[in-house]
Ligand binder design. Sequence first.
Ligand SMILES: O=C(O)CCC(=O)C(=O)O
Length: 296
Amino acid sequence: MAVGNTSAAQWRAIEDVSVLAASTQRPWTEISPAVVDNFQRDGVVILREAFPKWVEPLRAGLQRNLDNPRNFAFPCDSANDDEPGRFFDSYCNWQLIPEYLLFIFTSEAAAIAAQLMESQTAQLFHDHAFTKEPGTQKATPWHHDLPYYCVDGTQTVSIYVALDATPTQTAVRFLKGSHRDGKTYRPRNFASGAEYEHEDSSLLPAPEVDPHGTDIFVEALSPGDALCFDFRTLHGTTSAEIENRRRAFSTRWMGDDVRYLERQGETSPPLDNLGLQSGEVMRPDLFPVLWPPSHD
Ligand SMILES: O=C(O)CCC(=O)C(=O)O
């Protein structure tokens, strides 16, 4: 079983990604003000049929990742050996998997991210691919992503593209409005449920959320639909058994107010040696600014 947070591959495969950003174009697609308002209010929104033509390429990219996890960055199996099924994830692979790279540099994702974040710019943080195989009962523990990351800010979004039809029973659930409650919870390991060791006393114990409560946002997904959620929005799943393969490809985006934050403990991804002090902008040579689409 591959454990998380150790890199099998060099994720910084391209010397200066700004060159790639400047030589590619990303299309515009309009997000309605009502959708932006919903995202700002709830911390989550669904965009139906946002990326239909990307489903096959992203499935192919994810299959490379699944077939040879050790050739790629940060592979992780979160269903333990004595648990049924497989819950695989891997992140920071866009420089290694061409289909991921093409999606990030040439799809509408950057334009969508900028609009939802109400930000002039959209800067890529990283990609994150997920697969739950049939038979898996392992729940995704309730968590929010921001305290896992070496960044802080309020203009953030993950664009999670469903690659399989997913019923509500096994889809990711979100606690509406939790991005604005001012609380930050300890990250936890998906496989063991153990909390990360952090010296930050402002972090609350990992949250318990009623997955069937009235404030839960959950939608059945079709391939190509995108769930878009703030890094601060609490999310998780039930342990309902996965009946059909459930794959998703997520990209994490940072807006104008996001800055590097030196966390007092483990982060995921564990992006060390960035050469940054807390409060500095994330390096555009490693984390490309993809909206606006060109800088000339
Ligand atoms: O697909 C899942 O169950 C987990 C997704 C997730 O936690 C995330 O995208 O941050």
